[in-house]
Write a protein that binds this ligand. Structure first.
Ligand code: SF4
Length: 310
């Protein structure tokens, strides 16, 4: 199987894991609580619609989220859980027309999002490892989690999502070890506090940053190929000129939360964020997005640790 075929298959399998806000009942704009902060301009209790949510479930400030104090919304991604819960689990019904559904829909979003995020990683892991028992296990887990996404509304609360996370997490760890075994001396920074670390131009190939805190890290021109970035917090990390093609388990929200430029190489299937610099700047001048710059993505909103939401 050629690399391009693997990339194509990965893209196809991830099709259902890409947010389609137009098919969702605005669940992520209602279900969670927001705390007023640099990422969210207002306080909002859980279960209450955001003041910017329109009657048709579109965001009234979608094109200007960053400039309106709602940057947090641009770095969240439901991995397609919103449309799955709205259209499949609840058959196109919604909490606004039927308020009695609200609690179940919002709780269902929480379960479904975790499932879909795990599916996102599993799709990638299957393509990373060679044929053999581990690949078979990964594919079985991928298919199992796909079936779980079709659980009906009555059964969704009973999905053992913690158990699924544990099982999939173990599998992904084994897949990562296989892929990175050529980098035996690469550092293991799992869960490490690396906030604002200065690793400009560093050779970080094959390192593990699983769950690490890389907020504001200077990774300009660093080589992160084959590095495991699962769940790494890359908010405001400086990635100008960095090599991330081939980095493991990178998500769109991670890229969107960071700052890169046209010279940053990114993993296949991901999109260069619109707010990244369109020019390759000298390494010393990489900076943040300009205030007021529109994000332009479908409200992709972030990953595992969305800060400052209650
Ligand atoms: S995307 Fe953000 S600002 Fe827009 S309606 Fe949803 S929660 Fe509100």
């Amino acid at each position: 199987m050629s690399e391009s075929e693997a990339v194509k298959r990965l893209s196809e399998r991830r099709g259902a894991l890409r947010a389609d806000c137009g098919s969702c009942a605005g669940l992520c704009c209602v279900a969670p609580a927001f705390t007023k902060s640099a990422d969210f301009a207002v306080d909002k209790p859980a279960g209450t619609p955001c003041l910017n949510l329109l009657d048709d479930f579109r965001c009234g400030i979608h094109e200007g989220l960053r400039g309106s104090g709602f940057t947090g919304c641009t770095v969240f991604d439901c991995f397609g859980a919103g449309q799955q819960v709205t259209q499949s689990t609840f058959g196109g019904r919604n909490w606004r027309d039927e308020p009695g559904l609200a609690g179940a829909m919002f709780a269902g979003l929480g379960v479904m999002r975790q499932l879909h995020e795990l599916r996102w990683y599993l799709c990638e892991a299957v393509e990373l490892v060679p044929d053999g028992p581990l690949r078979d296990e990964l594919d079985a887990a991928r298919l199992h989690s796909e079936r779980l996404s079709d659980t009906d509304a009555a059964g969704l609360p009973d999905v053992d999502i913690a158990g699924v996370r544990q099982q999939v997490g173990d599998l992904l760890g084994r897949a990562s070890d296989v892929v990175r075994r050529g980098f035996a001396k690469a550092p293991d920074h799992r869960g490490a506090d690396l906030i604002e670390v200065r690793w400009r131009g560093a050779d970080l190939r094959g390192a593990s940053f699983r769950g690490a805190y890389l907020l504001g890290a200077d990774l300009r021109n660093a080589d992160l190929r084959w590095a495991d970035l699962l769940g790494a917090d890359l908010r405001a990390a400086r990635l100008s000129g960095a090599k991330l093609d081939g980095a493991l388990f990178v998500t769109q929200p991670q890229l969107t939360a960071a700052h890169g430029d046209v010279a940053t190489s990114i993993p296949a299937g991901l999109t260069r964020p619109d707010h990244w610099s369109t020019a390759a700047k000298p390494a010393g001048s990489a900076g943040a997005a300009k205030p007021g710059q529109a994000d332009g993505r479908a409200c992709g909103r972030s990953s595992r640790r969305r800060p400052r939401r209650r």
